[in-house]
Write a protein that binds this ligand. Structure first.
Ligand code: PAF
Length: 289
């Protein structure tokens, strides 16, 4: 496993790999690797290719600077964990290296600035866009793997691939959310919570999910504002069901799709003692005429 810090070195190495007809898979991360990330790595084994894990805590995607500084950074343990997997390269650029000559990006379609995390996290998706486009420019991966937990991010990545990298033909792969025994999705932010807070968060997600899905199946309504309890230590930022295709179309994608099939998904963001957690769940098909 080779640890690479410079973009130029990475480009040179990958050029040689391509000359030997190797495909390339990228697994982008912000480090603090947990079961969720490790499952992305296991997923990459389905694709015969050289594997690159990037570790970069992207400052541009934090709307709140204290969130950036408190984001858990555990490089040594991460490298140890990767050493045990079939990873060829770990790309760990410094902030200066990553930001050098970063491409100017266009404004994102409104869904990424007005819906769900886009509405609550300022220029979050713009920051993700800048870094992912740079990764795609340098690496030109054949496959790139992203977690289902960040579903809106996954839509953004598909948008970036279709809008800017059509010729590179990057296959964007969605890897299922990995959950703890109590149902809470693995997230680097969980390390900021005590066991008691983790149980509370898990209960909060489960109870709001069952209430909302039940209400949705009975009424078909998508607005849950008066079902959502708020308390001093636990607030919900959003609880919304969207048709995935609606999000997709609104983002300027899939416009030619003529399928009427609706695939619903419940999206939740909550804040528990100042720690923000997100999750989403597919919701069984439901016909709204
Ligand atoms: O999901 C993440 O870890 C980050 O948003 C990503 C995809 C590495 C971009 O900075």
């Amino acid at each position: 496993m080779l640890i690479i810090n410079s973009k130029k070195e990475l480009i040179d190495i990958l050029r040689r790999d391509r000359e030997c007809n190797h495909k390339i898979t990228l697994i982008p991360t912000m480090g603090n690797l947990h079961e969720g990330h490790l499952s992305l790595i296991s997923k990459s084994e389905d694709y015969l290719s050289k594997k690159i894990v990037s570790i970069f805590v992207n400052p541009l995607q934090f709307n709140d600077s204290s969130d950036y500084t408190s984001y858990p950074k555990t490089l040594e343990q991460d490298l140890e964990a990767l050493e045990k997997r079939k990873i060829d390269y770990v790309f760990v650029p410094t902030k200066e290296e990553m930001m050098r000559n970063i491409i100017h990006t266009d404004e994102l379609p409104w869904g990424f600035t007005n819906l769900l995390c886009g509405a609550y996290r300022g220029r979050h998706f713009d920051g993700v866009q800048k870094i992912i486009r740079e990764f795609f420019e340098i690496i030109k991966p054949d496959f790139a793997i992203f977690g289902e937990k960040d579903f809106q991010q996954y839509l953004l990545i598909k948008y970036i691939a279709e809008r800017y990298f059509r010729e590179t033909n990057i296959k964007i792969i969605l890897s299922p959310t990995i959950r703890m025994d109590n149902g809470l999705a693995f997230s680097s932010r969980n390390t900021l919570l005590s066991d008691e807070q983790i149980n509370k968060a898990s209960l909060a997600f489960q109870s709001i999910k069952s209430t909302v899905v039940d209400y949705f199946h009975k009424t078909g309504l998508l607005n849950f504002n008066n079902l959502i309890p708020q308390s001093a230590n636990l607030t919900y930022q959003y609880v919304k069901i969207y048709d995935e295709k609606y999000l997709y179309d609104k983002h300027g994608l899939g416009a030619n799709s003529n399928s009427d099939q609706k695939i619903f998904r419940l999206f939740i963001a909550l804040i528990i003692d100042n720690v923000r957690l997100i999750d989403n769940y597919p919701v069984e098909r439901y016909d709204i005429s």
